[in-house]
Design a protein around this ligand. Sequence first.
Ligand code: NAP
Length: 333
Amino acid sequence: MRHVEADGVRLFPVGLGTWQFGSGEWGYGTAYATNVAPRIVERSLDLGVNVIDTAEIYAFGRSERIVGAALSGRRDEAFLATKLLPVLPLDPIMSRRARGSLRRLGTGYVDLYQLHWPNPVVPARGVADALAKLLDSGLARHVGVSNYPLSRWQELERLLGRPVLSNQVRYSLLDRSAERELLPWAQANGRVVIAYSPLAQGLLSGRYGPGQRPTGLRARTGAFRKENLERSAPLLDVLREVASAHRATPAQIALAWLVRHPNVVVIPGASSVEQAEQNAASADIELSAAEDDMLRAASDAYHPVRSPVRSALGSSTGPVRRRIRRVFDGLRA
Ligand SMILES: NC(=O)c1ccc[n+]([C@@H]2O[C@H](COP(=O)([O-])OP(=O)(O)OC[C@H]3O[C@@H](n4cnc5c(N)ncnc54)[C@H](OP(=O)(O)O)[C@@H]3O)[C@@H](O)[C@H]2O)c1
C-alpha cells in the first residue's frame, strides 16, 4: 500500500475524521458517542489508519476527549491531529489552548496542530511566532493549516521558516477546487492536502437522493438540496458502475479516486465501525486510467445550483457566532 510521505512522516492515505464524535448536529445520539466512536478509532488503528483528525470545536471538546480515551495505550500508533479555533491565534493564547487540547486528548503532544481557518485580522507574523513556540516546546511535532488559500499558506511558511506540513480543505468528486493551486503546490513541495468531507458528507455513498434526504446539519447543506441531489445523480451512477466492477461500494470508489492523487490524505467520518472498515479498505482499490477518466468527466459535468450569498449569510452568521460563543463556554468547563 502506498503511503504519503512528507517532512519525515509516513501517513496511511485514508485517515479518520471525528467531527461526528459527540456532535449533536450529526444526530448520531449518545450510544454512538459512548460505544461506537471509540470502536471506530480502535478498529481504524487495527487496519493501519494513522491520521486521526479532531478539533477543539467539535462537540465543544468532547470529540477530543473521546479520541484521547480511545487512544489510551495506543498513542504511538496514531498521527494525532487537532485544530485550534483561531479567534486570537497568538502566544500565549495559542499555547494555553493547545495545552487544553492535549489535556482533553490525554497526551503530551500532538503530531499535527492546525489552524482551523485563517483569521484575516491577526497578522501572520504573530501567528508564525506562536506556532514556532509550540514546535520548540514539543507540544506539537508539526503544524498545519485548514481552509487556507495558497498565498496565506506560503506566507505563513515563509514567516515560520519551517514547513507548514498540510492544508486541510474540502476535496471530493463534488468539489475539486483544491486541484487548482493547493494540490499542485503541495505535490511539488512535499506538503500534504488533507481532504475533508471526501464523501461530500455521505452524499457520494449513493444512499441519499431527492426522495431520501438526510436530517440534521446535512439537510441545510447545499449539496443535499433536492435540485442538487438530482444534479449529482449522473455522477452517482458512474460511481455505482465503477464500484460494481471492483465489488466495492460507491463511497469506497469516491475515496479511492482521491487517494490516487499523490500527497492527498482523506479523513472520512464514519457513522459505524463497518463504514470505517470499508473506508480503510478503499486504499487498496486500484482504479484504471479509464475509470479515472469516467469519474473525472462525471465530476466535471456536475454543476450545482448555488444559493444567493445574501440568503446564505442570513442563515448562517447568527448561528455560527452563537456557536463559537458556546464553544468557548464548553471549553472552559
Ligand atoms: N477543517 C474543516 O473545516 C473541516 C470541515 C468539515 C469536516 N472536517 C473533518 O473532515 C472529516 C470528514 O468530513 P465530513 O464528516 O464533513 O464528511 P465525509 O467524511 O464526507 O462524510 C462522513 C459521513 O459519510 C457517511 N459515510 C462514511 N463512510 C461511509 C461509507 N463507507 N459508506 C457509506 N457512507 C459513509 C457517514 O454518514 P451517514 O452514514 O450518516 O450517511 C459519515 O458520517 C470530519 O469528521 C472532520 O474531522 C474538517
